[in-house]
Design a protein around this ligand. Structure first.
Ligand SMILES: Nc1ncnc2c1ncn2[C@@H]1O[C@H](COP(=O)(O)OP(=O)(O)OP(=O)(O)O)[C@@H](O)[C@H]1O
Length: 267
């Protein structure tokens, strides 16, 4: 266990009542050095969200070990050191945008952690003019930006994002990806990001973890050697397409591995 990385070793997790031959996660090994942007991609049901929830301390695992910067997921969560951005953000409807974004600083004061200036965060996600609006007055993309700004507000050591842009149109999604990268580059938080989009995974990440299903496990870990900062030139350049093709090929073999009829975990 070291403090400079997230270490997952031999992680297995079966939900109660599930077929024991088909655990949600089986013998997952993963190492994420501090400060990295890592995406998880893989077929539906391969355990991406489960892995995220185990690392977040929201779900117990059966066997194996999970160390988050030398601590346990539960201790990290209790110390407010982990942020989570789900697919549909849960904003407080009775508080305006600025109050929603500054909420973590109030919580953090109690947890004895520092926090980020909410006005700066709102500027970084292009919402400075919406600070006094309420959640029901916002579009889906704006709500997701509030959730992202709020998540960075606690200056988390680790930020877990579960398909945060999947409900958005392509144009909004690409704009938010660049805003997210801007925040991440400034804050140097470690990010674990679940997505179904190959382009999104390559655009954002240092590392793409391809998972296979039935049971869920790590199929391949691919490095993304695109330069940073990832401006429009980088994310529309030819190298991105080469890397996308590499991830697609890996997904194809992951899918085939998961579809094999003899791919059962022995009891
Ligand atoms: N609370 C739960 N109780 C029982 N089984 C669950 C539960 N949550 C997930 N599962 C099962 O665990 C497996 C992994 O689910 P998980 O949601 O982690 O996959 P995923 O890769 O995130 O899927 P998707 O891409 O469709 O969101 C699936 O077979 C799913 O049906």
């Amino acid at each position: 266990m070291t403090g400079d990385r997230i270490e997952v070793r031999g992680l297995t997790k079966a939900y109660e009542g599930a077929d024991p031959l088909r655990p949600a996660l089986h013998d997952v090994d993963l190492e994420i050095p501090r400060g990295r942007f890592v995406s998880l991609i893989g077929p539906s049901g391969c355990g991406k969200s489960t892995l995220l929830r185990v690392v977040a301390g929201l779900e117990r695992h059966d066997t194996g070990t999970v160390s988050v910067f030398g601590s346990t997921p539960e201790r990290m969560a209790a110390a407010k050191a982990v942020g989570l951005v789900p697919q549909s953000p849960a904003l407080l409807p009775w508080q305006n945008v600025r109050r929603n974004v500054s909420l973590p600083s109030r919580v953090n004061r109690r947890a004895g952690r520092g926090s980020e200036d909410p006005d700066l965060l709102l500027r970084m996600v292009g919402l400075e003019d919406a600070a006094r609006k309420y959640p029901h007055e916002l579009s889906g993309g704006m709500r997701q930006r509030v959730a992202i700004a709020r998540a960075f507000g606690i200056r988390p050591d680790l930020l877990l994002m579960d398909e945060p842009f999947s409900a958005l149109d392509e144009f909004t999604r690409e704009a938010l990806q660049l805003q997210l990268l801007g925040l991440w580059e400034r804050m140097s938080t470690t990010v674990l990001f679940v997505t179904h989009s190959v382009r999104e995974a390559v655009t954002l990440s240092d590392t793409v973890v391809v998972m296979s299903a039935r049971p869920g496990r790590v199929h391949e870990v691919l490095d993304v050697d695109l330069p940073r900062p990832r401006d429009r030139g980088v994310v529309t350049g030819p190298r991105l397409h080469v890397l996308e093709d590499r991830v697609r090929a890996s997904l194809q073999t992951a899918w085939e591995a998961g579809a094999a009829p003899d791919d059962l975990v022995p009891l």
